[in-house]
Design a protein around this ligand. Structure first.
Ligand SMILES: N[C@@H](CCC(=O)N[C@@H](CS)C(=O)NCC(=O)O)C(=O)O
Length: 377
């Protein structure tokens, strides 16, 4: 039996065990248990059978024969993954749509599976989804236990929101405070580290869903709410009294957010990485959803990206030479995605980490940041 196959069975077993265990309050899921010698007991479950079939077939072939990409994301996080007139949209959802456009030729062929922070690790680890894109921070433990993370698509860091009337000016003034936080997140662990480091005696009040944690802060159960800075602005944008709440200036952690894929399929991992690179480089080359070239432009880098000259490995990856045309026509470049979902929350890109790298070739794009990817060639 293929090693890859055993890995997915073990992952599926881990998912079943975790589901039965119900409430999980820690961030990191345990490593998958060793596969049973035969694997039969686990393979009896339809979910495990589907996962094992995917592993044998290869994920690209499985996605194509299924005709849709299964993406674990969210439907209640403003900006990243939320419902808009019944449609699940957002920055993270667009990363899934981009991959669907590359491998299926149609961005709409995505099934979004909303997962909470406590569920996301086991869901990815099980192999029952093709990718995970939901405000998830890449860490060494998560990469070891959950899956491979493709590319940082949003550089973030943890902060706090407090009531203006409380007069706080910095996070170290939170001594003795009660802070609302989401279970199963890096946020919960960082809060503990921060409290210990400055001997603040912070009490964490944890909730499985972030929107419930925010409501608890809003109705006075906590002195502060903490999550990634993007999340603070995202939730604050929905407060009717937003001017009465301030985001403190402190950033207490590094939170590189980006999509992950299940372990065990290098081709699939490389595909998702390449799609993220397409989104980033299209912006760097100044190509938008409206200006995707269908004939040579004379700029070799642009022509190579869009499959009009040379190659960046499309055939080896199992993709159409013009996959990048499908991606950018469907979701736009990084700047377009950002402007659609993040900018309306008040998250300014200029001067920040999510601007493109300082020497990016585009003329009118935000530069001087950390957003950078491996070259497509
Ligand atoms: N980036 C952190 C925090 C992620 C996080 O808590 N994101 C919130 C939204 S800002 C969330 O996913 N909440 C879960 C939910 O509401 O279901 C992590 O990966 O642990």
């Amino acid at each position: 039996m293929k090693k890859q196959y055993l890995h997915y069975i073990a992952g599926a077993a881990a998912l079943l065990a975790l589901t039965l265990a119900a409430a999980c309050t820690q961030q990191e899921t345990p490593a998958p248990p060793p596969a049973t010698p035969s694997g039969e007991a686990v393979a009896a479950s339809p979910a495990a059978e589907a996962v094992a079939a995917t592993a044998q077939e290869g994920r690209l072939a499985a996605v194509r024969s299924r005709g849709r990409l299964i993406c674990a994301s969210n439907n209640a996080i403003p900006g990243f993954g939320y419902l808009d007139e019944g449609n699940n949209v957002g920055f993270d959802v667009d990363l899934c749509r981009a991959v669907a456009a590359a491998v299926l030729g149609a961005a709409a062929d995505v099934e979004v599976r909303p997962v909470t922070a406590t569920e996301m690790g086991a869901t990815l680890q099980s192999g029952e989804v093709d990718m995970l894109a939901r405000t998830v921070t890449v860490t060494t433990s998560r990469e070891t236990q959950w899956g491979n993370f493709a590319q940082t698509m949003y550089y973030d860091g943890q902060g706090f929101i407090v009531r203006q009337a409380d007069g706080l000016t910095g996070a170290q003034e939170l001594a003795g405070a009660t802070v609302c936080v989401t279970q199963g997140t890096t946020t919960e662990l960082n809060l503990q580290d921060f409290s210990n480091l400055y001997d603040l005696g912070i009490t964490a009040k944890t909730f499985e869903r972030t929107d419930v944690a925010v409501d608890a802060y809003r109705n006075g159960q906590c002195d502060a709410f903490t999550t990634d800075h993007s999340g603070l602005y995202a939730y604050r944008s929905g407060f009717e009294d937003k001017d009465e709440h301030i985001v403190l200036p402190d950033t207490i952690s590094e939170e590189p957010l980006g999509p992950g894929v299940p372990h065990g399929d290098e081709q699939w991992y490389d595909i998702v990485k390449a799609v993220m690179a397409i989104i980033i480089y299209a912006e760097a080359y100044g190509v938008t959803s409206d200006t995707v070239p269908a004939a040579k432009t004379g700029n070799s880098a642009v022509d190579r990206l869009f499959g009009l000259e040379g190659s960046w490995g499309q055939t080896d990856l199992g993709l159409s030479p013009t996959a990048a045309q499908d991606v950018i026509r469907a979701v736009g470049n990084y700047g377009e995605i950002y402007d659609r979902y993040m900018a309306p929350l008040g998250l300014v890109r200029e001067g920040g980490r999510n601007a493109l790298w300082p020497t990016a070739p585009c003329a009118d794009c935000p530069k001087g940041g950390q957003l950078y990817s491996i070259p497509l060639r």
